[in-house]
Ligand binder design. Structure first.
Ligand code: NAP
Length: 279
């Protein structure tokens, strides 16, 4: 059985380590590999090849939206979010799923609370859409402020949040004023932007704006302990790293592809070991 991750860049992805470790412990004869697909022009050809030569595949930046338009069937969640990160090949039919939103929700649950008055979401791309969809579906927030570089994508996602049932949602540009407006009184902060990825000195939210006693989930997992998480912990917040979301999302993919239950904590450990991040 062959499974793949397509996207660009995928060379340094943690997914092959996570799935290979799982296949070895579960005794599954399968191989998980990456395919670099830099341009959207190549996407239809790659998808047709995968239809015939794989049992399923994952999709990452920048093709999650593109693949949603190329599969034969979409799950309700993938259709609502407008992005696919997991595809199952059934016969020769391609079924597109979005498991990012569940990965987000299940990793957030490790904080031990379900309801938040106000939440700040930084980023308005595919990952942020999945998070906002999850928060709306779970009726987890009353008020949402979404921030993006341009502000345009944030405003559009805020409109979708209201359609999905969030009582109050506002989108704006990553200015000091808007960050302050979003962070003030927030009980949940989500970083769904790439800020901090590969840069332990970068944070999307200045330290002085991090609200005390909140929950902070950073989708970035390289480094595992980002500056945002470190500073949030110093303020007494609960910090959840992005590897939890990746592990929960992988567990859901394993359920879709194999009908098996995988332990997210073990999947996370496999990634930590593969990266040499362990003690
Ligand atoms: N842990 C996990 O399982 C998991 C899953 C999915 C994604 N991720 C991570 O989440 C991050 C986002 O992924 P994505 O697929 O959503 O990427 P994306 O589609 O490229 O979206 C990135 C978003 O971040 C915004 N942004 C960039 N710089 C910003 C800044 N300084 N302040 C505020 N917003 C800023 C962008 O604004 P504009 O819209 O204005 O350009 C855009 O909305 C990546 O680092 C990815 O690796 C993690």
């Amino acid at each position: 059985m062959r499974l793949y991750l397509i996207g660009s860049p995928v060379r340094h992805s943690l997914s092959p380590a996570i799935y290979s470790a799982y296949f070895a412990t579960a005794g599954i004869d399968a191989v998980y590999d990456t395919i670099e697909v830099p341009s959207t022009n190549e996407l239809p050809g790659v998808i047709e090849w995968l239809r015939r030569n794989s049992a399923g595949f994952n999709v990452t930046i920048p093709h999650k939206k593109g693949v949603a338009g190329l599969v034969d069937e979409l799950s309700d969640d993938a259709s609502a979010i407008g992005a696919v990160n997991t595809v199952a090949v059934a016969g020769e039919r391609l079924i597109g799923y979005n498991t990012d939103w569940l990965g987000f929700l299940r990793s957030l649950a490790t904080a031990g609370r379900r309801r938040y008055g106000k939440a700040l979401v930084i980023g308005a791309g595919g990952a942020a859409s999945a998070a906002v969809y999850a928060l709306a579906r779970d009726r987890a927030v009353e008020e949402l402020v979404i921030i993006s570089r341009s502000g345009v994508t944030a405003a559009a996602l805020a409109e979708r949040a209201r359609e999905w049932g969030v009582p109050e949602a506002l989108g704006c540009r990553a200015s000091t004023e808007c960050l302050r407006r979003g962070a003030e009184g927030a009980e949940l902060v989500v970083n769904a932007s790439p800020v901090g990825m590969g840069d332990p000195g970068a944070s999307p939210l200045p330290k002085e704006m991090i609200p005390g006693d909140c929950v902070v989930l950073d989708m970035v997992y390289r480094p595992l302990m980002t500056r945002l998480l470190r500073e949030a912990m110093n303020k007494g917040c609960i910090a959840i790293d992005g590897l939890w979301m990746l592990a929960h999302q992988a567990a859901e993919n394993i359920r879709i592809w194999f009908g098996l239950r995988a332990d997210p904590a073990s999947l996370r450990e496999a990634a930590i070991t593969a990266m040499g991040w362990g003690p």
